[in-house]
Design a binder for this molecule. Sequence first.
Ligand SMILES: Cc1ncc(COP(=O)(O)O)c(C=O)c1O
Length: 414
Amino acid sequence: MSDSYLQDLFADRIGGKNYGKSTAIYKFEKIKRAKRAALAANPGAEILDLGVGEPDEMAFPEVVAKLSEEAGKPENRGYADNGDDVLKQAAARYMDRVCAVRGIDPETEVVHSIGSKAALSILPAALVNPGDCVLMTTPGYPVFGTHAKYYGGTVHPLPLLEANGFLPDLDSVSADVLRKCKALVLNYPNNPTGASATPEFFAKVVEFAVKHRIVVIHDAAYAALVFEGKSLSFLATPGAKDVGIELHSASKSFNMTGWRCGFVAGNARLVRAYADIKDNSDSGQFLAIQHATAHAFDHPQITEKIAAKYLRRMSGLVDMLKERGFAAVKPKGSFFLYVKAPKSARGKSGHWKFENAEACSQWLITEKFISTVPWDDAGAYLRWSVTFSARDAADEQRVLNEIRARLSDVTFEF
Ligand SMILES: Cc1ncc(COP(=O)(O)O)c(C=O)c1O
């Protein structure tokens, strides 16, 4: 097919004239293709999928019932714009009860989001001018950085290293970079490392932000999914509300990924800037969804049940991988286990060398029908999610036993 003039019109940020012509295959597409090929070569095989980044279960029945009730109310039918009071007030209660953040003003310090992904795509418009720099941890969830670049900004990566507890080394940023910096984006409990922050680290972040006049955006998508202790909110840090905002979402904590609802809370001026851009981008999430999400945020015991399930699975997975030689350490939260990828596997039928985590992950799919997500951004690691499909506790055990059995005929070298 010859190019029409349309091909000349694409913006440089998505490739300009070359848009759509790249033959590069990205990580998640490679995983999908490998799974498809493994199934085609072995019809009927069960792929054990630990690569999934979302819950395996539906929202709790009471939340679904609330949605159904709210969807029937005529007053909820129209444009929601920046939302009514219901979710804002539930968010403030949630911040108090679950995150120990007192005194959030629902009127000025909270606005809903159509999920944290949408909020992360909106926020750069409020902060980034051409030439500005944003600090982003790597590996990490890239959405804020992608949009910062759309606006002519640059991304300065902060590697998350095991030696540093997967916390970024803020002292590593040069004065030159800091002069251009507008924002620092953090995410704890972290995807993909599963690491949690500490109050001391967050205190250092506040100090750093004030000193270098930087906005802090804390993506707390996994904040409530904790296996020990309480959720740690950045906003619970003294001074945090003067420098930043925090993003919460019902997606992971309440099995509501498809519902698209969460909230942005914190510094009133930043929340307002977010709301202003949002108002020019969308017309708000359906009020029935907002109200059902408010119901979820008012019932944190739902998250506690979900976290208990993940903890049960996580403990089994960690034990099993340790048996196979992996340096697996149980995270304090999230549903991700991030472990160093082996350099090779040796068994009766072969000796396979892996040049990186991606090669190992491809081998796991092809040879063992086990899907993980590889990360090679700061060391070679595999991310195992405990959101694999399993009907109940017995089925979870069956899946874990199956993984153990499939890995039992090889020795891994690290
Ligand atoms: C770190 C992180 N932030 C944000 C999101 C998106 O969450 P939401 O469903 O609220 O858009 C995800 C989803 O995978 C995530 O891992």
